[in-house]
Write a protein that binds this ligand. Sequence first.
Ligand SMILES: Nc1ncnc2c1ncn2[C@@H]1O[C@H](COP(=O)(O)OP(=O)(O)O)[C@@H](O)[C@H]1O
Ligand SMILES: N[C@@H](CCC(=O)OP(=O)(O)O)C(=O)O
Length: 373
Amino acid sequence: MINPTWRRVVLKVGSALIAPENQGCSEQFLRPIAEFIRQCRLQDVEVILVSSGSVAAGRHHFNFQHQRVPLALKRAMAAVGQSELMNFWSRCFDFPCAQVLLTHGDLSDRVRHVNIKNTLQRLLDHGVLPIVNENDTIATDEIKVGDNDNLAAMVATVSNADALIICSDVDGLYTADPNKDPTATLITEVDFITPEIYALAGGATSSVGTGGMRTKIEAAEKAAAHGIDTLIIDGHKEDSFSSLLLGENPGTIFFGQETPMSAKKHWVRHTLRSKGEIWVDDGCIEALRSHGASLLCSGIVDITGEFESGDAVLIRCSNGKRKIAKGVSRFSASELFSIKGQQSRDIESCIGYCPTGSDAVIHRSEMMLLERI
Ligand SMILES: Nc1ncnc2c1ncn2[C@@H]1O[C@H](COP(=O)(O)OP(=O)(O)O)[C@@H](O)[C@H]1O
Ligand SMILES: N[C@@H](CCC(=O)OP(=O)(O)O)C(=O)O
């Protein structure tokens, strides 16, 4: 394996490999991928498969010719396609496979998050191959992840994987979309994901893909913050898999950070969605940025959105233009309206109580400074 210390990998396979023609699952690309999974397991590398393609695999059962499929029909396509997908993968292996269907709602709920972690661990302990997809049949905009690159990064994080391997229809990250710019060249290694790296990415070009290169970079950023390496490879080419097994890099590798964020901070930063915003003054920004302070009510100038205690929120500067931090608010939006700009000692007289332990609106241990979200 490219990195011999990897003991657990999450392998993400895009729709273009599963059902390239929208005509059900195709063996063409899946057999070499299945063989790679077998080889990994023989080398004592545990694999979790994140398989896209339920909609693409189910589509041929519906007489619908337009390119844009209404959401209700997509859910129905996913329902039939998902069982075809599982049947297909199960037939590739002589060990058991388990279907794990998730939504963002599951990953952002603390109890379900732990259940997912424990279930994946149990499946791997018993030699079962977990096959994960978004639960497209019931997903709504509010609860879905929306693309399987980000879902795979969340699965890699929750399962403490060493690497995330994204099998796409392109070798890796190019200097521009190679389907549009023939002069684009492959970038083989990325140490840090910066705005310049994001600027290289375009959207999906295949008729079945969802996120294009941008969601792959987002996934790599999530994984890197947890110390996980991400590789993007061309899953059409058998050579990609043989190179990986020989220890070579056939695509683009994004290196995981050497000092990963704590699991709690990672969950807040990369899994929880912000339900609202807290706008703060310059003195408060200085305290957060330079002195590692918690957010106190005295620095708050405004609040937007409806959120409850325990929800994630963004902290912005007083004109709303800069994102300063993200964290978990210990007060609801309506409580914050009553205590904004006040001294901490006045909290109790304003809202009738003060949470025990700390007067912080957002405690430092549950806050991350942001350069980019
Ligand atoms: N800078 C880039 N480098 C490589 N591919 C890019 C870039 N920008 C956009 N793309 C497009 O992203 C596509 C892969 O994403 P997508 O179609 O969503 O595939 P998948 O089904 O594998 O997720 C490529 O086929 C390519 O056209
Ligand atoms: N969950 C969806 C796939 C979503 C997705 O991200 O697709 P892709 O860009 O092909 O990885 C499905 O199974 O059809």
